[in-house]
Design a protein around this ligand. Structure first.
Ligand SMILES: Nc1ncnc2c1ncn2[C@@H]1O[C@H](COP(=O)(O)OP(=O)(O)OP(=O)(O)O)[C@@H](O)[C@H]1O
Ligand SMILES: [Mg+2]
Length: 294
């Protein structure tokens, strides 16, 4: 920013805009909400030991609409406190949270993304684009509902996936997979005693998802499987689609390829084609449903 006396119209304009971005915070209507949830958000304000949750991250994740949704979930008793961040991704942050019933995982999807932010300066103030941000937000909300539905469907067929507890707007509240100390590790982060046995389990899971749930995970890999209590737990199913989706088979091939690449790195050469045939055709065990509220 140049010295004040050298400011041109654009500088002043962008300053006004930046101020405006946070103006709502001092609006009396939101004062009460802030007072209500400030204490419950200690874990994400960068005051605790998790320093990466600085002001920038706070801005990125907790915009006005997200805070309002969070406030509502807290009022309804679905969440009591947000405790600490577990993971940050391009599309979402995941936090450990607590309710009266115990620990929770809260996945908060970003309502803006980097690309969108870059574009915003070309779009802001152009009446032709005034609906875009709202549409983007609505897409994210649909995504959350879809992840919740997919989790339910998988649990109905006995698969170990987190139980969805509630959702609102861009926030998904689900069962926390982990211990008192931390979230369970991803397959990617650990060395297994019997990787081949786990690979067999993962193929069986892929087969149940395909044959029984009529879905394909579409991002199945060592990144989206948590190792918990000696068992694989599948997560991150927002992108999962039904087997009727025109690209379903393509997604399945990609999933199976990723799994065989993973087991390849554990020292076992397994054929993609054979694994694929097993997922498509091997008879699967019928499992008892896992409870699934919302
Ligand atoms: N229910 C849960 N319990 C414990 N940890 C979880 C849970 N859900 C997610 N996590 C942690 O958060 C990380 C990110 O979650 P997830 O994979 O769902 O989001 P993501 O990869 O950011 O998703 P996307 O790419 O769709 O934005 C996981 O790798 C895992 O470490
Ligand atoms: Mg993931």
């Amino acid at each position: 920013m140049p010295r004040e006396e050298d400011w041109d119209e654009d500088d002043i304009d962008s300053l006004l805009r930046a101020e405006k971005k946070h103006e709502w915070i001092s609006d009396p209507r939101f004062k009460r909400m802030f007072t209500d949830i400030e204490d419950a958000l200690q874990g994400v304000m960068g005051k605790g030991k998790y320093e990466w949750v600085d002001r920038r991250v706070f801005d990125q994740v907790f915009d006005r609409s997200t805070l309002l949704a969070l406030h509502k979930l807290m009022e309804q008793g679905n969440i009591e406190t947000i405790d600490y961040p577990i993971a940050r991704g391009k599309e979402a942050h995941v936090f450990r949270a607590t309710s009266k019933q115990g620990p929770l995982a809260v996945k908060i999807f970003h309502t803006t993304n980097a690309v969108f932010k870059g574009l915003a300066k070309y779009i802001d103030g152009d009446p032709r684009f005034s609906g875009l941000s709202r549409r983007h937000r609505e897409l994210v909300n649909i995504w959350v509902r879809k992840e919740s539905r997919n989790l339910k469907r998988m649990r109905k067929h006995g698969l170990r996936v987190p139980e969805p507890k509630s959702s609102l707007k861009n926030i998904l509240v689900m069962e926390f997979i982990g211990t008192e100390e931390a979230a369970s590790p991803r397959l990617k982060d650990i060395k297994l005693e019997d990787p081949m046995g786990v690979f067999e389990d993962l193929l069986e899971i892929a087969a149940i998802i395909w044959q029984t749930c009529d879905l394909v995970h579409a991002d199945f890999s060592e990144y989206n499987v948590l190792w918990h209590d000696g068992q694989p737990w599948v997560i991150d199913v927002g992108q999962s689609v039904t087997t009727r989706h025109p690209s379903a088979k393509e997604f399945l091939v990609r999933d199976v390829t990723r799994l065989t690449e993973w087991i390849g790195r554990q020292g076992h050469e397994i054929s993609v084609a054979e694994s694929l045939v097993r997922v498509l055709d091997d008879p699967v065990t019928k499992l008892d449903p896992l409870p699934s509220g919302d």
